[in-house]
Design a binder for this molecule. Structure first.
Ligand SMILES: NC(=O)CC[C@H](N)C(=O)O
Length: 309
């Protein structure tokens, strides 16, 4: 088992930072454009409860699309896979994460997978609760359990910023509502979805969630079984096939671990039975993945032979 000292990680971070200048901070959600594009931090949370890190690992960032895996785990717990997969598919798309094109061309308008926006919106619409507040509270509590950190909350500024500008996501919702994939108020769904994407944490907490997946759903600190082995397996499979959007194939070849990215620049990685990885590097490549974060994972995977394939 490698990657046990902070110095090892710092060397890799220094090397990975060299590509930062080729990336750009996301600005289609206006509040995200305030990020410092030179940031790069990484935390590795080992299943034996030790942690190594480099960079400013206490800096908070919003989960964005990383939250899609966590919302999926929650609805799979609530409903079981048979029902969930009547509303969302299991296939990679090859299209950008916010694309609408396949919703129209594929019958019966079921989003292809839960890692693209359409699929994630369908998943979030399934969260159980009597009111919008209760639904979001359940998701938040689940994420607090995964991090073993009751202080986890969401960033109101980022949530509001996305809510006020999310026209394409609304379009995806109305399309799916027309075809019976989602029900109820689109504005209420957008309210939960934008709060979900704005849940904030630092790389250490994100690495810890990765470690829960690395241990098939068991929390390394509390030893609590938070999700079943089967749900952990399904989530890791989606991370492997669709987690890096339409760069997932290349990522599987070059790095070869289950991972999920978000447009804030976060990446959660999983090295099964070894550790979880939390990365924050807001400069993104053209597909919307952290450019230095991917470079760092490439260096880590080569050095410690992390590929699962
Ligand atoms: N790729 C992402 O991280 C997308 C999440 C973002 N909140 C959106 O829906 O556009």
């Amino acid at each position: 088992m490698g990657c046990k000292t902070n110095d090892e990680l710092l060397n890799l971070v220094t090397e990975a930072k060299k590509v930062t200048s080729y990336g750009h901070v996301a600005d289609y959600i206006p509040a995200l454009s305030k990020a410092d594009r030179d940031d790069l931090s990484v935390a590795v949370y080992h299943v034996d409860n030790t942690c190594t890190y480099a960079g400013n690992v206490e800096k908070l960032f919003t989960l964005q699309s990383i939250s899609k895996v966590l919302a999926l785990a929650l609805v799979l717990k609530d409903y079981g896979k048979d029902y969930v997969f009547t509303k969302v598919g299991m296939e990679p798309t090859g299209d950008p994460f916010n694309s609408i094109v396949k919703l129209e061309t594929i019958n019966p308008s079921k989003p292809l997978n839960p890692m693209i926006n359409a699929g994630a919106l369908a998943v979030t619409s399934m969260i159980v609760g009597k009111s919008n507040e209760e639904k979001f509270e359940r998701l938040l509590q689940f994420i607090q359990q995964l991090t073993n950190n009751q202080a986890i909350h969401y960033c109101e500024e980022v949530a509001r910023s996305e809510f006020e500008t999310s026209w394409l996501n609304r379009a995806l919702c109305y399309f799916m509502k027309q075809h019976g994939i989602i029900e109820g108020s689109v504005e209420e769904l957008m309210d939960i979805y934008t709060k979900q994407c704005s849940i904030k944490m630092h790389s250490l907490d994100l690495a810890k969630i990765g470690a829960v997946f690395a241990l098939d759903g068991i929390h390394p600190e509390t030893e609590e079984k938070i999700i079943s082995k089967d749900i952990a397996r399904i989530c890791k499979t989606f991370m492997t096939t669709c987690g890096m959007y339409n760069a997932s194939g290349e990522f599987a070849i070059k790095i070869g671990i289950p991972a999920k990215s978000g447009v804030s620049g976060g990446i959660m990685g999983v090295s099964p039975y070894q550790f979880g990885i939390g990365i924050f590097g807001p400069a993104l490549d053209e597909k919307g993945n952290s450019i230095s974060g991917i470079r760092l994972l490439e260096l880590l995977s080569e050095k410690y032979e992390l590929s699962i394939f």
